[in-house]
Every structure is written in C-alpha cells, then in structure tokens.
Design a protein around this ligand. Structure first.
Ligand code: TYM
Length: 332
C-alpha cells in the first residue's frame, strides 16, 4: 500500500491555488489510503521566510491552517493530521540529511534563488528548507507526495537525498514521487502576474475563507484577454485567467456558455465574472460554513492535532532510530 505524505505552510487562509493544487488531493488520497496518508502543517518551515514570520501570529496561523484543511474535508479520524513542530524527529532527521547534502545542490533550487535575491541577509534556514522537506517525507518512508508543480524540484532533491543515504548507509528510504492535481498544476494569480502565491501578497490570492465581497472586488478588476478591448470584440477564454478559473469552479454547461459567449462577443467580461462568482460561492460556501463551526470549537481542532502527533510519532520514532543506527550513532 502506498504511503502518502504532504505538508502545507501555515499561511492562515490558504488560497485557491493551495486548495485545487493540493488540499483537495489530500482529501481524495485520504479517502483511499486512510491512516497511510499523512498530512502536516509545516510550522517549522514558516520562519524561513523572514518577511512573513511573526512569532505572535504563528500559533494562530497554524491553528487556522488546521481548520481550513478540516473544513475542506480532511478527516483527522481517517488520516494522520498534525503540526510539524509537535514531532521533533523532523528536525533530527533533517540534520542527518544536512551533513550529507552539498551546499551547491541547495543553491541551485529555484525557489531558494528567487527568495534569497530579495534579501540582504539570507538565513541559513532558507537554504536548508528543502532538506527539512525531504526529512518530512522520508521520516514516514512515504513514496507518494501530492503537491503543486512548484514543488517538483524539491521532490527531485528528496529522491537524491534518499538515494545518497541508501548508497552510503544501506537501503533505508524509498524514492518518493510527486503526484499532481490534473488541471490545477499551477493556478494563476488574480493579479495576472504569474502563479498565485501568498508571497506576492493579497493582490495575487483568492482565499478559500475570504469573504465573498472581497473575492468579488478582486475578480471585478482582474485582467482578462488583453486583445478584448471593447465589449463588442471577441475574446479568447484560453488566454484569460477568468477562463482558467471557470474550469475550476463552474459546471460544464456554464463553461460552454462562457467559452462560446466570449469567442462570439455574446457576453461581456463582467457577465463572465458574475457567472464565475456563482461557482465560487457554490464551491466555497460549505467550506466557509464548516470553518466557522470548527473555529467555534477550538478544542476539537487541538485534540485532533494532539492525536495526530501521537499517531505520527508511532511511525516516526522507529524510522528515526533506524536512521540513527545506520548512520553509526551509539545505541544504548
Ligand atoms: P505551500 O505551503 O507553499 O503550498 C501548499 C501546497 O499548495 C501548492 N500550491 C499550488 N498549487 C497550484 N497552483 C498554485 N498557484 C499553488 N500555490 C501553492 C504547493 O505546490 C503545495 O503542494 N514546501 C511546501 C511545504 C512542504 C511540503 C513538505 C510539501 C514542506 N514539507 C513535504 C510536501 C511534502 C510548500 O511551501 O507548500
């Protein structure tokens, strides 16, 4: 039976890129693989982003990310769901990997290069980020990792780290592979500036728990096919991010209506955006309602995370012992 692992950073309100690109896949794989699917709010990764790290907000954001995943349908009774900092073996295994990973390999990571070039002083943790990520996955000997396309290079590095460990100390870890959500590899930002990403700020993202009037304000001004200047100009929905979003949120008849309507100038961009908004409400209303219920019952969320951390450690502790022993540490 495959073992699934994935992690998500505690950014508070996840956006629709996280939702369609990853979180819905967690739920689907969770239904299939039960306690062999392990999901983690990776709070130890969060402080590597110095601009966004605030110790006064971290715990609240971790809680909210747990709420969001449960609201989307992740059932902690069926899967293993916990916060990374509650399982200390993650950082211990990361250290074993750190000592055997060449700095050059880490400096080649594109996410590192993008983030580091914006900083005057680069924290070592930013460079080590993908090593901790490899430890997250391999600590559970997971072989299947649901992620968006932006994590591909990190998963490749994880495979390399597993290979290197196995080659040096004997067969220990599987070489995990990434699995992607079809049609949601790389959801574009609502500002039209490439991938939707929290690090680009609120203008890029549509939060799954964001109030609908705020979502509408962003959609209303979102760029559409630049060739469609006047209402009477036909447009190309394949060159329009609203067209992309329809494929995520709308039913087939609506998609057909807006695609034909756009190409024939039968509908305007505002009509098209209003139809999209209906799909957004239909998809996200139940999620927002469940999130409100969970926030009103914080002990339920805390208890779920506490149980999840215990279940995670049942797997992690023996794997860590095996790794420690193979790497030559004194066993008492
Ligand atoms: P994070 O927290 O940035 O994002 C969580 C998941 O959402 C996906 N994603 C997207 N998918 C499609 N379109 C988008 N615009 C988009 N934006 C984000 C991400 O690919 C990710 O799957 N490094 C990871 C967290 C992590 C992890 C792990 C993941 C830490 N340890 C171990 C897997 C396994 C990250 O920053 O994800």
């Amino acid at each position: 039976m495959p073992r699934v692992f994935s992690g998500i950073q505690p950014t508070g309100d996840p956006h629709i890129g996280n939702y369609f690109g990853a979180m819905k896949n967690y739920v689907r794989l969770g239904e299939e693989y039960g306690k062999n699917s392990i999901y983690c709010v990776v709070d130890l990764h969060a402080p590597t982003n110095p601009g966004a790290y605030d110790p006064n907000l971290l715990a609240g954001r971790t809680f909210e990310m747990a709420v969001a995943n449960m609201a989307v349908g992740l059932d902690p009774a069926k899967v293993i769901f916990f916060a990374q900092s509650h399982v200390p073996e993650h950082t211990e295994l990361a250290w074993l990997f750190t000592v055997m990973t060449p700095v050059g390999e880490l400096e080649r990571m594109t996410q590192y290069k993008d983030k580091a070039q914006k900083l005057e002083s680069v924290p070592a943790g930013l460079l080590m980020y993908p090593v901790l990520m490899a430890a997250d996955i391999l600590l559970y000997k997971a072989d299947t990792v649901p992620v968006g396309e932006d994590q591909t290079q990190h998963i490749e590095l994880t495979r390399e780290i597993a290979r290197r460990f196995n080659h040096t100390f004997g067969e220990t870890f599987p070489e995990p592979r990434a699995v992607y959500a079809r049609d949601a590899l790389r959801i574009p930002g609502v500002d039209g500036q490439g991938k939707m990403s929290k690090s680009k700020g609120e203008t890029s993202t549509l939060g799954i728990l964001e109030p609908f009037d705020s979502i509408w304000q962003k959609l209303r001004v979102a760029p559409t096919d630049p060739a469609r200047v006047r209402r009477s100009d036909p447009g190309d929905p394949d060159k329009c991010l609203i067209g992309d979003y329809h494929k995520l949120f709308s039913d087939l008849p609506t998609i057909e209506t807006v695609y034909v309507g756009c190409r024939t100038a039968g509908i305007g961009c505002v009509d098209c955006k209003k139809m999209l908004m209906e799909g957004v409400r239909r998809e996200l209303t139940p999620v927002q309602e469940r999130a409100a219920e969970l926030k009103a019952d914080p002990d339920r969320v805390r208890d779920a995370l506490a149980t999840g951390a215990r279940e995670a450690r049942e797997i992690a502790v023996p794997v860590m012992e095996e790794a420690r022993e193979k790497a030559g540490f004194l066993k008492l």
